[in-house]
Ligand binder design. Structure first.
Ligand code: C2E
Ligand code: CA
Ligand code: CA
Length: 275
C-alpha cells in the first residue's frame, strides 16, 4: 500500500493527541493508520563478550517512509496499547522466518533471533501460534528469544507465567529487556522463566575512562550469573565500553560500535554468506 512521510507525520500527531487521552483511544483509528504503514524488520547483531563472534540478533521494527526507514520509538508505547501490535509482531515473525528459511544452513551454531514482546501479547492466541510456528521452523538451527519489556504496568500473574512455561517447554527463551531503566524490573530476576537480562543502555555509558554505573553493573552480574542468566549489555558505542563491560563479567554485547540495526539482506550479506 502506498505510504508517504505525510502519513507518518499525521500518525505521530494523532498518537500525541491520543496519548494524552489514553482512555478514549479509538482502536479503529489506529487500525486505519496501521493499515497504511509499511512495517519492516531490521536486525541488530548481538556478539559474545569480546565482540568478535555473533551469537544472535535483535529484531527491531522499522517503518518505511519516502525518506527511508524510521524507528517507531516515539510512538511504540501507543501501538502497544492497541491490538494492532499483534498484527505488527506477527508480520515481523513471518517476514524474518520467510527470509531466513533460505539461509538456515548458514546460521551460526546456537544462534538466536530475539523479538520484542510486551506482556499483554502473550495472551493472544495469534501471537502464541506464530511464536510456536517460528520456533518449530528453526528447530535445531536457531532459537527464539522474547524480550519482555515493562512499560509501567506489567504484572506477571500466574496466567502469564503459565503461558511462558508452555513456550519455554517449546524451547523459547525469555529476556528481561531494559533492565535497570525502570523501577521494578529487579523483582523479575527471580521470576522463573527468564534466562537473559539486557542491561539498559542508560546504565552502560562511560565517562572518564570508567563505566559510570560500574558498581550497579557488577551487582547485576554478581546477582545474575549464579542464577544462570546470560547478561547482555545494550548501547555499546566504543571499544573502551566493550572492554570495561567484558571485565565486569557481561556475557553478550549489542551496540553501534559492533553493528547497527540493518535490513535483512544486508545482515545476510555481512554475517551469514561468508561464514
Ligand atoms: P530496545 O528494545 O531497547 O532496542 C534497542 C534500541 O537501542 C533500538 O532502538 C536500537 O536501534 C538502539 N541501539 C542499539 N545499539 C545502540 C547504541 O549503541 N547506541 C544507541 N544510542 N542506541 C542503540 P530502536 O530500534 O529505535 O527501538 C526503540 C525501542 O522500540 C526498542 O528499544 C523497543 O523497546 C521498541 N521496539 C522496537 N521494535 C519493537 C517491536 O517489534 N515490538 C515492540 N513491542 N517494541 C519494539
Ligand atoms: Ca529490546
Ligand atoms: Ca533498551
Amino acid at each position: 500500500m502506498k505510504f508517504s512521510t505525510k502519513i507518518t507525520k499525521a500518525l505521530e500527531f494523532i498518537i500525541k493527541i491520543l496519548n494524552t487521552k489514553k482512555n478514549s483511544i479509538q482502536e479503529k483509528q489506529v487500525e486505519i493508520f496501521v493499515n497504511k504503514v509499511d512495517f519492516h524488520p531490521f536486525l541488530q547483531p548481538i556478539f559474545n563478550s569480546s565482540g568478535d563472534k555473533m551469537v544472535g540478533c535483535e529484531v527491531l521494527l522499522r517503518v518505511k517512509t519516502d525518506e527511508g526507514f524510521t524507528s517507531p520509538a516515539s510512538y511504540i508505547n501507543f501501538l502497544e496499547c492497541s491490538h494492532q501490535m499483534n498484527y505488527i509482531t506477527s508480520k515481523l515473525l513471518k517476514d524474518v522466518s520467510d527470509y531466513f528459511l533460505a539461509y538456515v544452513n548458514d546460521i551460526p551454531n546456537k544462534f538466536y533471533f530475539s523479538f520484542n514482546i510486551y506482556p499483554e501479547q502473550l495472551h493472544s492466541e495469534e501471537i502464541i501460534q506464530e511464536l510456536i510456528i517460528f520456533s518449530d521452523k528453526f528447530k535445531g538451527k536457531a532459537s527464539l528469544v522474547l524480550e519482555i519489556v515493562e512499560r509501567g504496568t506489567l504484572q506477571l500473574n500466574e496466567e502469564t507465567s503459565n503461558i511462558m512455561n508452555t513456550l519455554i517447554r517449546k524451547g523459547i527463551r525469555f529476556a528481561i529487556d531494559d533492565f535497570g531503566a525502570g523501577t521494578s524490573s529487579l523483582k523479575y530476576i527471580e521470576h522463573i522463566g527468564f534466562s537473559t537480562i539486557k542491561i539498559d543502555r542508560e546504565l552502560t555509558q562511560t565517562s572518564d575512562n570508567r563505566l559510570i554505573n560500574n558498581k550497579t553493573i557488577e551487582a547485576i552480574v554478581t546477582l545474575s550469573i549464579p542464577l544462570g542468566f546470560t547478561v547482555t549489555a545494550e548501547g555499546v558505542e566504543n571499544e573502551l565500553q566493550l572492554d570495561l563491560l567484558k571485565k565486569a563479567g557481561v556475557n553478550a554485547m549489542q551496540g553501534y560500535y559492533l553493528a547497527k540495526p540493518m535490513e535483512m539482506k544486508k545482515f545476510v550479506n555481512l554475517y551469514l554468506q561468508y561464514k
